[in-house]
Write a protein that binds this ligand. Structure first.
Ligand SMILES: *Cc1c(COP(=O)(O)O)cnc(C)c1O
Length: 381
């Protein structure tokens, strides 16, 4: 079955005698037990909850994993994965990470005695050379954000496999509709459910999907031991969001493509970047490993002041961090989502101060283009 079908075709309420079409919200902390000396399937919601289980099974199926786990945010999902390592272990990561992941690696993971070494994940030989005996995990995002670099996941997976290293991909920018890293050789997939999976800017959530049963047991152990799981109401909202994932992304991507083409044709000096443009350096790799280019595009305003003026002058694009919502948004990554990256690293990482990032929503493309045009022409005059 194709993803469009699989997104809506699943058992929303296993074992429920009333056969509801939507998953019931089991808003309960604890479950009555029949016997005093043995537990039923559910006993306490930190350890397991039927609403969460439906979401976790659904995400595991969509990503082609053995199991998945739902967390209170994308950051708890990432933090949990780093806890699979112990003091003395090392993570090799691509340098272009989500700002929150950079902060976690730099200021939290290091405290546990785990070293994170940053490499250029687009340089496969450099990644191979960066692997040391202590390296336990290769960690990347693709496409990266906000620079929209695309990493060759299959090539990286084979490097990780050669070295017996776990390969973890944060696929938040793609969702299971556009990219399935496990099928490309990854061991772990992470999603910030707050973004495309939810799609309506009303839930914070994180997902970890794993291929291997033994790894699943470890992630489950950590989820229960640390109490990081997603609450039942938020699981319900994420399940509802997933049902329209294909429709939303199709509409958002069409808008992204049209806006990128429009900006490129009419404002060539803006250095528009979108992996869906044939001249984007990552276009070929992206087309090979994903079924779409996503909802994010960037362009350079010329100066930080111009970037600020454009962002603040727009009407339909709300100034907001995050992405993937049905509403279009715009941000200045240097000053917003990546402000948590130390200043000297921000410069090193080449995030231009005048870079604007757009997350396309489902509005009418002509309206979005008209809004942008009004602002850009005002700047020109
Ligand atoms: C937003 C984001 C995260 C963090 O997720 P939260 O749900 O905000 O905690 C992690 N990775 C990527 C790529 C993101 O965009």
């Amino acid at each position: 079955m194709k993803t469009a079908t699989r997104l809506v075709h699943f058992d929303p309420a296993p074992k429920d005698p009333f056969r509801p079409m939507a998953t019931p919200i089991y808003q309960t902390a604890t479950f009555e037990q029949e016997h005093a000396d043995s537990f039923g399937e559910y006993d306490y919601s930190r350890s397991g909850n039927p609403t969460r289980r439906v979401l976790e099974d659904h995400m595991a199926e969509l990503e082609g994993g053995s199991r998945s786990f739902a967390f209170s945010s994308g950051m708890t999902a990432i933090a949990t994965v780093t806890r699979l390592l112990k003091a003395g272990d090392e993570i090799v990561a691509d340098w272009d990470l989500y700002g929150g992941a950079s902060r976690l690696f730099d200021r939290v993971v290091r405290r546990a005695g785990v070293t994170v070494r940053l490499v250029d994940g687009t340089d496969i030989e450099a990644v191979r050379e960066a692997m040391r005996p202590a390296t336990r995990m290769l960690y990347v995002e693709s496409p990266t954000n906000p620079l929209l670099r695309v990493l060759d996941l299959q090539a990286l997976a084979s490097v990780a496999q050669d070295r017996g290293v776990m390969f973890c991909v944060d696929s938040s920018a793609m969702s299971p509709y556009l990219q399935n890293p496990l099928a490309l050789g990854a061991d772990i997939v992470i999603h910030s459910g707050t973004k495309l999976l939810c799609g309506h800017s009303d839930v914070m959530a994180g997902i970890v999907v794993v291929k291997d049963e033994a790894l699943a047991k470890e992630v489950y152990f950590l989820q229960n031991a640390e109490g990081t799981a997603l609450g039942p109401m938020d699981c319900f909202l994420l399940l509802r969001g997933l049902k329209t994932l294909k429709l939303r992304i199709d509409a958002q991507q069409t808008n992204a493509q049209r806006i990128a083409e429009h900006l490129q044709q009419n404002y060539p000096h803006f250095e528009v970047a979108y992996p869906g443009l044939p001249d984007h350096p990552a276009h070929a790799v992206q087309s090979r490993q994903a079924t779409g280019a996503g909802v994010l595009l960037t362009f350079r305003a010329g100066s930080p002041e111009a970037a600020k003026q454009i962002a603040e002058g727009l009407d339909l694009f709300k100034i907001a961090v995050s992405f993937g919502s049905v509403n279009s948004s715009i941000s200045i990554p240097y000053a917003m989502s990546h402000a948590s990256v130390p200043t000297e690293q921000r410069a090193q990482r080449g995030i231009p101060e005048d870079l604007l990032r757009i997350s396309c929503g489902i509005e009418d493309a002509d309206d979005l283009i008209a809004d942008l045009t009004t602002q850009l022409e005002r700047l020109r005059s």
